[in-house]
Design a protein around this ligand. Sequence first.
Ligand code: NG6
Ligand code: CA
Length: 503
Amino acid sequence: MSSIRIVCFALFLLLTVHTHAQTDKPNVIFIYADDLGYGDLSCYGATQLHTPNIDKLAQEGIRFTNGNATSATCTPSRYALMTGQFPWRKQGTGILPGDASLIIPTGKTTLPSLFRKAGYQTGIVGKWHLGLGEQVEKNWNSEVKPGPNETGFDYSFIFPATADRVPTVFLENHYVVGLDRSDPIHVSYKEKIGDDPTGKEHPELLKLRSSPGQGHNQTIVNGIGRIGYMSGGHTARWTDEELSLTFLAKAEEFVQQHSRQPFFLYFALTEPHVPRMPATIFKGKSRLGLRGDAILQLDWTVGQIMQQVAALGLAGNTIIILTSDNGPVLDDGYQDDAVTALNGHTPCGPFRGGKYSLFEAGTRIPWIISWPGKIKPGVSSAMVCHIDMIRSFANLLKQPVPAGDAPDSEDMWAALSGQSQKGRSVLVKQGMQLLTIVKDNWKYIAPGKGAKVLGGVDIESGIDEQPQLYRLDKDPGEKNNLAAKHPEKVTALAELLEKIKNQ
Ligand code: NG6
Ligand code: CA
């Protein structure tokens, strides 16, 4: 062969391999907002708030109207996403404090480990909230593990729990970022430690007042009272206004570094969770108060990532999913102006309840998937859930899932990719503790005891001592309880719920 022929042949081989890789192993960026409601985006009907970047993503992809979290709070939703197991099957999967130990098993298939096995580089940037280390008492000043790097991520840049919980620091691959060794970090959720002022003792130092009766008045960091006490680590503490930009910079770095190999990025944003303290350039921008401003910051961030993917020439080879861990809440512990500046905005969309609730707004969340050229744009009413990510991507990546792993996950790739309008037929969802089951648009809420309206947050819990039955396609606002009219449906759904619980 002449040398020109050899070069041509080599080029041909390279191109074939490259094209092959493009179809088989698209990059995946999974963007997980925190407490973003179904009605918080203009593509989902918001009129008081404009989210042009996410709207563009929706226009280029599929917008799901029946996207679901398994649970109405963060930790259990994330647990389900990561493991493919219903969180209520496992003790200790409720909202975790910032010093909790890791609750994800290290030896089982997780969403990132599935990608890793398929030859992807895997990274998480953002909120973790699934515990770190083997025990509560841990040394934050040396290697902190196990955590994301032991459950499937090659790279991690996280904060441990929530933006309102100590320690208010970033960890990059096991280590607190920016720590001065002469000022070690200590954390306690039991008693005050160190000399830092608390919100309770020094409310005059707060730039964001805590809501009465909702705590958030322990150690003050950056003028904001937190849940939990911490001492030391002063140089490592974050500035809330920089949180999102920091995560964006790290996400962009990850994408840039891995642009020539398949990557999976779990980009877990903190907006619009409390404390809402967006970068100064976003403050006042939405005219809906800090919560609206935080949503605009989130939208801008998504736009930045979309632009980067396009600029790197990766758009046709990258799946972007945008969704949220649970539904919206206005007053979740701080007296920002979310309630007073709402201005007619409806974070829950047409649904009832909100974060923490058994009603739909607790778990019915935005869900957009885009894969230009591969997934046909549109709107889908198929019922999809985060818990199905493992088996759906296992299908796309042609990866086996070992027996016993991801037990509650179902392969929904056909629905997710728009090849089918049929999603799940049945889904069990969780409020705080109690469960509800949806089957073919009939929703049953098991009777239970507890407050009907959750104090502080002022959200209907969905709890009732009577059984509740709703027809979601005809009555999305869950206004008409049909239990008395359809006792046979109540019995059938109650039995099915028991059966699934005992599986
Ligand atoms: C609650 C907090 C709330 C928020 C939530 C976790 C109180 C009174 N409320 O316990 O502010 O932090 O936990 O939110 O402490 S989640 O989105 O991470 O589930
Ligand atoms: Ca959340």
